[in-house]
Design a protein around this ligand. Structure first.
Ligand code: SF4
Length: 250
């Protein structure tokens, strides 16, 4: 096992040298890919605004930290759980996390998700780079941790694109195929996996092309429900429900 870690450290050194010898501009950031999958125009605004700040707010880090302590959370009394940055009532949260554990234990996945071989590691693939929140072993798989709410089923499309990018970057570094990725929603006690299907890989490729070809403001998207939570709605000229109600049209 120790030899394995030495080999991994050597390999990481070699790969960081290799990454350093390639201009960083050739790599697309996972976060840019995720934003473009949400709305290419939003990415354009993010890239061109003056106060561009990529650091996530503190609350995001606090929510992501929940993904490192699932077993402790399950052992925490319900009244103490209320002080954690969870998005459900404490009792509901614990029931949901316990159901997640039961489901993943039946697939022999719970222990490896709670004990990744690496956390918050910068991974550089052939096309993209970014931080993978957890790296699982046997087989190598990435887990990305979302501070948000899960959809009713599966994962949101931008997270699917992000997860495929993370899997491909890991595959590139480890020189082995990665066929599955995980998306965790720790504030909701939900963990889901996705297989790297042809459809998901195609969506990744499309988004990659969009980011590479971005040289002016793309058209607005048709899905106005996305605009509701977009920080650029006013600049974009989209009338969200909030704006409409402020103007007296709500
Ligand atoms: S308001 Fe809507 S169309 Fe405009 S950038 Fe945001 S998500 Fe895209």
């Amino acid at each position: 096992m120790a030899n394995g870690f030495v080999a991994t450290a050597r390999r990481r050194l070699f790969l960081s040298d290799r990454a350093a010898s390639h201009p960083v501009t050739t790599h697309i950031a996972f976060s840019d890919l995720r934003t473009a999958a949400y709305c290419p125009r939003k990415l354009y605004y993010q890239r061109t605004r003056d106060d561009h700040d990529r650091e996530p707010p503190v609350t995001v880090d606090e929510i992501r930290a929940l993904a490192t302590q699932y077993d402790e959370l399950l052992a925490t009394p319900v009244d103490e759980l209320a002080t954690e940055p969870i998005a459900r009532p404490p009792g509901t949260y614990r029931d949901r996390l316990a159901a997640t554990r039961r489901r993943l234990e039946t697939h022999d996945q719970w222990v490896r998700l709670c004990n990744p071989v690496d956390r918050d590691v910068l991974v550089t693939g052939r096309e993209c780079r970014g931080v993978v929140h957890k790296v699982l072993s046997d087989p190598i798989e990435p887990a990305i941790v979302s501070p948000g709410k899960p959809p009713d089923q599966g994962v949101w499309e931008p997270q699917s694109v992000h997860a495929v990018a993370a899997a491909k970057a890991l595959a590139w570094e480890h020189e082995m195929p990665v066929e599955r990725a995980w998306v965790e929603y720790p504030a909701h006690g939900v963990i889901r996996w996705i297989d790297l299907t042809t459809r998901r890989k195609a969506a990744y490729r499309r988004t990659l092309r969009t980011v590479r070809e971005l040289d002016g403001p793309p058209p607005r998207i048709d899905n106005r429900s996305k605009c509701e939570s977009c920080t650029f709605a006013k600049k974009c000229g989209v009338r969200t429900r909030t704006l409409r109600s402020l103007l007296g049209f709500g």
